[in-house]
Write a protein that binds this ligand. Structure first.
Ligand code: AMP
Length: 314
């Protein structure tokens, strides 16, 4: 029996970022793949988080996640350890970025141990972190209905075998276009998608920043979601994770079944949450939302691609 009010479990990084954009800089910006995911998903479903931080992680950020109703029973705090740190610089187009530093710190010796009640979670998202840790979480789960995963170029390069191993269990994979090319060895995106699907994930979401996102689904269909043209992008960090949070958060809502149609709707909720994320540093914008503002933006996405049908053959 499926639970009538499902739980969505995320494991991933909880981080302190140093962000440099062409317009501004923030040195201690709370980030991490699991953080953005949880913040975004918390508006749509019941979220549980597994991760680790050091004693330097701001208490206020823990409070922010709690205020959003995120269950932090699985967040380990190593008082004398240092939080994962990432430093990145965005190029002038605010889309491409260069990683300047990645310090795994407490993630280096982290072995995730799921609280017993987390193991029965209905939905699982393995947000970007070492593939070995993603697999360790997966193996502790009882029988999740849907497993999503995100990763990045670093792990495709240095932990390819581990990544391929965990991918065999994944229903939905999110990657950006370069990562899809890197993982498949194909330049053409359609061929790259087919190559990635052969590794396990029946559904693949390719994120393309300001060009939106593509879904290659288990029925062989392709769906394109636009990105909202925004006047001001403050900080793109976490857009991919927020997309995943909106996407999985929608699928984990009571009564939603993961059909092709609901995967497409999930693509729009993902795009909505990503569009909010980039409007501020860290999760500044994400934490101030409410259901009405999210639904309002969902409608804006719908008008963006709403056109009158015409037929030259009539
Ligand atoms: P996104 O912009 O959605 O790709 O995610 C950005 C977030 O990913 C930042 O907040 C970083 O802390 C986090 N991040 C960057 N590199 C890594 C990594 N190697 N493993 C896990 N998380 C990372």
């Amino acid at each position: 029996m499926h639970s009538s009010n499902p739980h969505l479990l995320v494991v991933g990084s909880v981080a302190i970022d140093w962000i440099i954009t062409p317009h501004a800089e923030r040195e201690e910006s709370v980030g991490g793949s699991a953080t953005f995911f949880a913040m975004a998903a918390s508006y749509l479903s019941r979220v549980r988080l597994v991760g680790v931080v050091g004693g330097d992680f701001p208490q206020a950020a823990i409070g922010d996640l709690r205020d959003r109703g995120v269950d932090l029973t699985g967040l380990e705090v190593i008082a004398d350890g240092k939080t994962f740190r990432w430093k990145g610089r965005y190029h002038d187009n605010m889309n491409d970025r260069t990683t300047l530093a990645t310090d795994l710190n407490v993630f280096e010796s982290f072995t995730p141990k799921l609280p017993p009640e987390f193991r029965g979670s209905d939905f699982l998202f393995l947000a970007n972190i070492q593939p070995k840790l993603q697999e360790q979480v997966f193996t502790q789960m009882q029988r999740p209905r849907l497993v999503g995963l995100d990763t990045m170029n670093l792990w495709i390069s240095i932990a390819n075998e581990e990544l391929r191993s965990v991918l065999r269990h994944v229903d939905v994979l999110t990657l950006n276009d370069e990562e899809a090319r890197q993982l498949s060895g194909e330049h053409n995106l359609v061929k790259a998608a087919r190559g990635v699907q052969r590794l396990g994930p029946k559904n693949l979401v390719i994120k393309r920043g300001e060009s939106g996102a593509l879904l290659f689904d288990h029925e062989g269909h392709v769906f394109a979601a636009p990105a909202l043209p925004l006047e001001e992008v403050i900080d793109p960090t976490g857009a991919g994770d927020s997309f995943a949070g909106g996407f999985m958060g929608y699928l984990a809502r009571p009564g939603v079944e993961p059909t092709g149609a609901s995967l497409r709707t999930a693509m729009i909720y993902g795009s909505v949450m990503a569009s909010f994320c980039v409007e501020g540093f860290s999760y500044d914008r994400l934490r101030q939302l409410d259901t009405a503002s999210i639904q309002h933006r969902f409608e804006a996405f719908s008008s963006l691609t709403n056109f009158a049908r015409a037929n030259l053959l009539d």
